[in-house]
Design a protein around this ligand. Structure first.
Ligand code: PEP
Length: 253
């Protein structure tokens, strides 16, 4: 059974006090997570240490950074390196979120470098891919996602690849309230697995966790997560509401 994950992407939201309250509310919910399931909080940089200490005694909970710089260190004012994240024991880092690609001009090549620096520092990347609306409307979403996967991940060895979590996030569904249908999600997740099968092996394609992201809510998480190739979700807006996110956690297989 693949690892099932509910990952909360808080983006640039919450004061420190709000962040502490939200974490406490979710952690106190004591949801019975099935064996091998994991809940990940991708919190803003200033809250990483606090969040990591909050989950320290919780085996099913982890913390992620939302981004890191591709270089090891140096004169990059305002940036954070994977080595810094490692030094505070951060387990995951989101790489290539569509907002980073769009607003900060992150390219597939740059993301390949970010993936490398994460792996060198024993941080598991949550690699985001997904097509914009015009590509979906033109029926070219598979080509688009395959190019993202090939250009950012295909240089990895099978052993390195096993440390990657993939998040399929159709851009037209992010923060729009418009969710992909279960058919659209399942179809793309199966396609992503077929790309991994072709490049690596059936065994590897079967063990990679692939999350769906794009307006996941308490009301649609059950049907999305029930899809055979959907292994949980990357959740933006709904993760800022403890009650809502707790329901999403309960929907994990
Ligand atoms: C996201 O930002 O990764 C996301 C999926 O956002 P939302 O759930 O708000 O669509």
């Amino acid at each position: 059974m693949r690892k099932q994950i509910a990952a909360a992407n808080w983006k640039m939201n919450c004061t420190y006090q709000q962040a502490e309250k939200l974490l406490d509310e979710v952690l106190q919910s004591e949801v019975n997570l099935s064996y091998g399931s994991e809940v990940i909080f991708a919190v803003p940089f200033p809250y990483l240490i606090m969040a990591n200490s909050e989950v320290a005694d919780e085996p099913n909970f982890s913390v992620a950074a939302q981004n890191c710089h591709q270089k090891k260190s140096g004169a990059f004012t305002g940036e954070v390196s994977a080595e810094m994240l490692k030094s505070i024991s951060i387990k995951y880092c989101i790489i290539g979120h569509s907002e980073r690609r769009e607003y900060f001009f992150e390219t597939n090549k740059m993301l390949a470098d970010k993936i490398n620096t994460c792996l060198e520092n024993e941080i598991n990347p949550i690699f985001c891919c997904g097509e914009p609306l015009n590509i979906r409307e033109a029926g070219k979403q598979n080509n688009h996602v395959e190019t993202q996967l090939i250009e950012s991940l295909s240089h990895l060895s099978p052993q390195q690849m096993e440390n990657i979590v993939i998040a399929y996030e159709p851009i037209w569904a992010i923060g729009t309230g418009k969710t992909a249908t279960t058919e659209q999600a399942q179809e793309m997740h199966a396609f992503i697995r077929s790309v991994l099968r072709k490049k690596y092996s059936s065994e590897l394609a079967e063990v990679i966790t692939i999350l769906y992201g794009g307006s996941v809510k308490a009301t649609n998480a059950n049907e999305l997560f029930a899809c055979a190739d959907v292994d949980g979700g990357l959740v933006g807006g709904a993760s800022l509401n403890a009650k809502e996110f707790i329901e999403i956690m309960k929907a994990l297989k």
